[in-house]
Design a protein around this ligand. Structure first.
Ligand code: HEM
Length: 319
C-alpha cells in the first residue's frame, strides 16, 4: 500500500499514513464485531469446556498469556513450534516442561478458522482465553481489547531473560516488572494469579529445604510429595487453600508463611510490599479490581497492529 511505498509521497498522504498508523496502533474491544461476530463466544466455549474437564487448565491458560506478553509483547510468539531452521520460545527455562494449554488454543483456533478464516489472531485468542479462564474459576472479568496481530519471529533469549524466575528477591521482582512498565503494586496484584494452578517440586525445592520463613506444618506436608532430591515434576498447588478458585486466599497464605515459591513469600517478608499483601488479604474486591486493571495493562504490552505481523492460520507456525 501507499504507506509502505518508498517513493516520494505528497505531504497530505504522509499525514494520512501517520493518522492511520496511530489509529490502528490502538486496540479496541469491538475489533471483531463485524469481521467475526462469533469470535468471543467461540473462545469462551473452548475455554469453558477445557476448564470443566480439568480446572487447572484455567491457570495454565492465564500463565500462557503472561509468558507471551512478557517476551517482546503480546504477539503469540510463545505458540510457535521449533523447526529445523527456527527456534521459538517453548524451550526457554520458564516454559519447557512447564507451560500448558497449547492444544486448547489449537482447538479454538481451528474452530475460528472454519467460521472466520484468517481473521482472529492467536495473540487475541490468548488474551481472551486468559480472561475467560479467570472468570471460569470465579475471578473478576474485564473488557479485553482486541486487534493484536501475530509475530513472525520469536526470541528464546528474551524468553530466558524477561520471564521472572521463582528464585528472585523482592527487589529483583520489582525490577523485572518495572522493566515492563508495571508498578510494585501491579506486580503484587498480578502475582495474585498464583491463587490458582500448580507448581513442580523443582521450582520450590530449594525454598522448602533451605528457607526459614515457611510455615512448618505446611513445609512438612509439602515434603511428602517433594523430596530433597528428585521428584522434580511432582505437583503442589500454588494456593494450598483453594487452588481451583480465583480468590484472595493467596495473600492470606503469604501472611502465614504459606507461600509456595520463594518469589511468592518475598512479597510478604518484612519489605515494601507487605502492606499491599495485607490490603488484598483483607479486601478481596480491591484485589479483583486491581488484578483486572493490571491484566488489561499486561494485554497492551507492545501489540503488533496495522500492517505489522500476520494473522496466523495455525498458531504453531508462520503462514
Ligand atoms: C511475580 C513473578 C512470577 C514468578 C516468579 C512466577 C513463577 C511461576 C512458577 C515457577 C510457576 C510454576 C511453574 C512450574 O511448575 O513449571 C508458576 C505457575 C503459575 N503462574 Fe506464575 N510467576 C510469576 C508471576 C505470574 C503472573 C504475573 C501470572 C499471570 C498473570 C502468573 C500465573 C501463573 C499461573 C496461573 C501458574 C499455574 C500454572 C499451571 O498450573 O499450569 N504468574 N509461576
Amino acid at each position: 500500500m501507499a504507506c509502505e511505498n518508498s517513493s516520494p509521497r505528497p505531504a497530505f498522504l504522509l499525514l494520512l499514513c501517520f493518522l492511520l498508523g496511530t489509529a490502528s496502533a490502538r486496540l479496541s474491544s469491538t475489533f471483531y464485531f463485524t469481521s467475526c461476530p462469533s469470535a468471543l463466544h467461540t473462545i469462551k466455549s473452548g475455554v469453558n469446556s477445557a476448564v470443566s474437564s480439568e480446572a487447572r487448565m484455567g491457570a495454565s491458560l492465564l500463565r500462557l498469556h503472561f509468558h507471551d506478553c512478557f517476551v517482546n509483547g503480546c504477539d503469540a510468539s510463545i505458540l510457535l513450534d521449533d523447526t529445523t531452521n527456527f527456534t521459538g520460545e517453548k524451550t526457554a527455562g520458564a516454559n519447557d516442561n512447564s507451560i500448558r494449554g497449547y492444544e486448547v488454543i489449537d482447538t479454538i483456533k481451528s474452530q475460528l478458522e472454519s467460521s472466520c478464516p484468517g481473521v482472529v489472531s492467536c495473540a487475541d485468542i490468548l488474551a481472551v482465553a486468559a480472561r475467560d479462564s479467570v472468570v471460569a474459576l470465579g475471578g473478576p472479568s474485564w473488557r479485553v481489547l482486541l486487534g493484536r496481530r501475530d509475530s513472525t519471529t520469536a526470541s528464546l533469549s528474551a524468553a530466558n531473560s524477561d520471564i521472572p524466575a521463582p528464585t528472585l528477591s523482592l527487589s529483583d521482582l520489582i525490577t523485572a516488572f518495572s522493566n515492563k512498565g508495571f508498578t510494585a503494586k501491579e506486580m503484587v496484584a498480578l502475582s495474585g494469579s498464583h491463587t490458582i494452578g500448580q507448581a513442580r517440586c523443582t521450582t520450590f525445592q530449594t525454598r522448602l529445604y533451605n528457607e526459614s520463613d515457611i510455615n512448618s506444618t505446611f513445609a512438612t506436608s509439602l515434603k511428602e510429595n517433594c523430596p530433597s532430591s528428585g521428584g522434580d515434576n511432582n505437583l503442589s498447588p500454588l494456593d494450598t487453600t483453594s487452588p481451583t478458585f480465583f480468590d484472595n486466599a493467596y495473600f492470606k497464605n503469604l501472611q502465614t508463611q504459606k507461600g509456595l515459591l520463594h518469589s511468592d513469600q518475598q512479597l510478604f517478608s518484612g519489605g515494601s510490599t507487605d502492606a499491599q499483601v495485607n490490603t488484598y488479604s483483607s479486601n478481596s474486591a480491591t484485589f479483583m479490581t486491581d488484578f483486572a486493571n493490571a491484566m488489561v495493562k499486561m494485554g497492551n504490552l507492545s501489540p503488533l497492529t496495522g500492517s505489522s505481523g500476520q494473522i496466523r492460520k495455525n498458531c504453531r507456525k508462520l503462514n
